[in-house]
Design a protein around this ligand. Structure first.
Ligand code: SF4
Length: 392
C-alpha cells in the first residue's frame, strides 16, 4: 500500500519551466519566482539568510565558477557507503558528472532524467522515489543523497516528501539550485548540514555507532571545513599540550563520523561559511570557535579561544603558546615573502591565506572572497582591516 508520505504530490507547473535546459541561462529572479510559486519559499529564504549576497547584488557580484551543486555532489561522492543521485537537466548532469570524474570520483553518480511531461505532472517525483527504493540496499549504503538541481527545484519537486529511511538506508534530499546557493563552497555546507541534522536526531534518540578508529581518550575538537590530510595531524599536535585532540573533519568521509563530530565539545570553524552545520552543532550544545591556527597571531588567538571553550586552565593554554609560538615565528622568519600579492578566491580560506602572507612579509593591499561575512571569519577580517587591507 502506498504510504501517505509517498503519495504522488501536486507539483506546481510554472509555465517558465516547461522546457529543459533553462538553468544558468534563465534569469535568477525568474527561477527564484518560479520556485517560490512552487512551494520552495522556506528553503530559499533559509539559503538567503545562510549564504547572503550583498544588497542589490547583480550577476557579477557572484563568482562565475562551476555549478554550485558540485559542492554537494563532491561531499556525497567522498563518503563511504553513500550513493548520490542527481535530479536535473541532462546538460547540468553531464557537466557535474564530468567534473566529478575529472576529480577522481571513481564511482557512479545516479541520475533520474525528466522531460516536460514528467516534470509538470509530478511523475518525476515518483521516478525519484522509485529510484531510491530500488537503490536502498543496507548492505551497500548507509545513506542515499538526492540533489535537486535548478529546474526540479524551480518546479517544486518535493524531495522532503521522500521517506527518511528505506530498508535502514537514510534518504537525504536537498535542493541545491544555482539561483539559491551562491557558491559550490556553500553547497558543501548544504549537504553537511542536512546530514548533521539527521545524525543529531539519531544520536538524541539512542545509541549510535562509534567511530571506526574508536573513541578518543582526550576531548576532541571537530574541524569544520575540508582540509589536506596532514592538517588534522598538525592541528592535533598544537592541541596536545591543551590535553585535547583533533576530532573528525566535517564534511565527514563516513556517516558514523557525524556522531563523533557532534560529540566533540568544541568545534573549530576553520572554514567560516558552514552556517547550516554550525546551526546543528549549536543545537547539540557545542561551542564553535572562529578563525584558524594560521601564522603567529592567528595561532595565539586560536589556542586561547579553543582552550577557553574547552575549560582548559590558563596555565596550560600559556604553556601551549610558549611551546608553539616561538617556533612559528622562527619558521615565518626563515621563509620570508617579499612583494605585493592580491588575494582573491571562492573557497573561504582567502582571509587566512592573506594573514599568513602578511606575517611572512608580503604586502597584501586587497583580499576578495566570494564567501559572505560570518562570525567565524570576524577575527580575520578585523586583523586584516587593522593593517589597512581592503577586504571585499
Ligand atoms: S544546476 Fe548548475 S549547471 Fe544546471 S542550470 Fe543550475 S547552476 Fe547551471
Amino acid at each position: 500500500m502506498t504510504q501517505p508520505s509517498e503519495a504522488m504530490p501536486d507539483v506546481a507547473q510554472p509555465a517558465a519551466l516547461t522546457s529543459d535546459g533553462l538553468g544558468c541561462h534563465a534569469g535568477r529572479d525568474q527561477m527564484r519566482a518560479a520556485a517560490e510559486a512552487a512551494g520552495k519559499t522556506e528553503v530559499l529564504e533559509r539559503y538567503r539568510q545562510d549564504y547572503p549576497l550583498p544588497e542589490g547584488a547583480g550577476p557579477h557580484d557572484q563568482p562565475q565558477s562551476m555549478c554550485p551543486a558540485f559542492g554537494s555532489l563532491r561531499v556525497g561522492l567522498r563518503m563511504r557507503r553513500t550513493m548520490t543521485i542527481l535530479s536535473g537537466s541532462a546538460c547540468c548532469v553531464y557537466g557535474l558528472t564530468f567534473t566529478s570524474h575529472f576529480y577522481g570520483a571513481r564511482r557512479s553518480v545516479g541520475y533520474v532524467p525528466f522531460n516536460s511531461e514528467t516534470l509538470v505532472t509530478g511523475k518525476l517525483f515518483e521516478d525519484i522515489r522509485d529510484a531510491v527504493h530500488a537503490s536502498a540496499d543496507a548492505s551497500k549504503y548507509d545513506a542515499i543523497v538526492v540533489i535537486n538541481l535548478c529546474v526540479p527545484t524551480a518546479s517544486g519537486v518535493p524531495l522532503q516528501l521522500l521517506p527518511g529511511q528505506i530498508n535502514g538506508v537514510r534518504i537525504v534530499g536537498i535542493d541545491v539550485p544555482g539561483f539559491g546557493v551562491p557558491t559550490h563552497a556553500e553547497a558543501k555546507d548544504v549537504l553537511a548540514g542536512a546530514m548533521l541534522k539527521v545524525a543529531r536526531s539519531e544520536a538524541e534518540a539512542g545509541p549510535v555507532a562509534a567511530p571506526r578508529t574508536g573513541v578518543s581518550e582526550r576531548p576532541t575538537v571537530t574541524l569544520l571545513g575540508e582540509m589536506f590530510p596532514a592538517d588534522p595531524v598538525g592541528i592535533g599536535m598544537l592541541l596536545e599540550p591543551l590535553g585535547l585532540a583533533s576530532g573528525p573533519v566535517v564534511p565527514t568521509r563516513e556517516w558514523r563520523e557525524l556522531y563523533a563530530a557532534l560529540a566533540s565539545p568544541v568545534v573549530a570553524a576553520i572554514h567560516p561559511f558552514y552556517t547550516a552545520s554550525v546551526r546543528e552543532f549549536e543545537a547539540a550544545g557545542r561551542i564553535v570557535v572562529p578563525s584558524a591556527p594560521v601564522g603567529h597571531d592567528g595561532t595565539e588567538a586560536w589556542l586561547q579561544a579553543v582552550g577557553k571553550a574547552a575549560s582548559v586552565p590558563q596555565a596550560m593554554i600559556d604553556a601551549a603558546k610558549n611551546k608553539w609560538l616561538p617556533a612559528i615565528r622562527a619558521a615565518l622568519a626563515r621563509t620570508p615573502i617579499k612583494g605585493r600579492v592580491t588575494v582573491s578566491g571562492y573557497e573561504g580560506s582567502e582571509l587566512l591565506v592573506a594573514r599568513l602572507l602578511i606575517e611572512s612579509g608580503a604586502e597584501v593591499p586587497y583580499v576578495g572572497t566570494a564567501c559572505p561575512k560570518t562570525p567565524w571569519s570576524a577575527p580575520d577580517l578585523q586583523w586584516l582591516q587593522a593593517r589597512g587591507v581592503h577586504v571585499q
